[in-house]
Design a protein around this ligand. Sequence first.
Ligand code: NAD
Length: 281
Amino acid sequence: MRRIGVIGAGTMGSGIAYLAALQGFEVVQYDAMPQAVEKAHQAAASRLQKSVAGGKMSADQADAALKRLIEAHDWQQFSDVEAVIEAVVEVIDVKEQVFRQLDEVLPESALLATNTSSLSITEIAKATRRPQQVLGMHFFNPAPVMKLVEIVRGEETSDAAVGQAQELAKELGKETIVVQKDTPGFVVNRVLMPLFIEAMRMLEEGVASAEDIDKGVRLGLNHPMGPLTLADFTGLDIDLNVMDYMFDEFHDDRFAAPLVLRRLVRAGHLGKKTGRGFYRY
Ligand SMILES: NC(=O)c1ccc[n+]([C@@H]2O[C@H](COP(=O)([O-])OP(=O)(O)OC[C@H]3O[C@@H](n4cnc5c(N)ncnc54)[C@H](O)[C@@H]3O)[C@@H](O)[C@H]2O)c1
């Protein structure tokens, strides 16, 4: 059986592990907080039960998928995986520590992927002795549903590693794009953040109501969701972090976070719950 590793069992790690188990991979999963893996596996069990109840799979198939989710208690459990996808917190020191540890135990041929949304792949790769096998595999939330994986090259990533990641993403049922240069925001967030920012600036200027800005983009550009609603679902604190990071890196006003966003985050309105945070602005 094909075997991969997932590090982290938060929003993204649990989604990626669930998806991989569904697609027939054995998934060894580790989180610094042991309860996190248990919680992720319980959530997977209840999703699988719902699929059985809805006639989407048999009880035997659900059982088999659940058995393929394995909690790691020891780094040696990663010694025979073909690839690892890291989805721990977005903090470079923590990611480097995880990659150093993985470098000690992974087989020579293994692919090392990070799900970072913004950090430099090249920097993370430097924590290992095999930067040619390190790249970004940027999944979108919710990972089992969203079709795209951005494959991001670090400066030393080999063509073979890119090919391996494309193949893995395909086997997980995803479409891929290859980001040839390790630049902040990759492709999708580089397009998305200025869209969010412009929508928020128009709200601040009173150009239109939040409802109408979203409706305009939905119906005029055929987006399934307006930018203010999407920004709220993504998490306003996360949006602000990404904008600040991109602004620091590019020194470009296109990425300057609007005051309305900073004020909402400071006041504790982090979004994620209703998708409608800006509608009360
Ligand atoms: N949430 C999103 O919409 C989204 C989308 C794409 C990419 N990402 C990226 O995916 C990564 C994870 O994001 P998330 O939203 O799942 O975060 P999260 O906070 O939900 O989960 C992070 C998990 O990492 C664990 N962790 C922390 N330090 C660890 C360590 N040293 N070893 C092992 N586990 C450790 C935490 O206990 C936690 O369970 C981040 O890099 C983020 O930028 C997030």
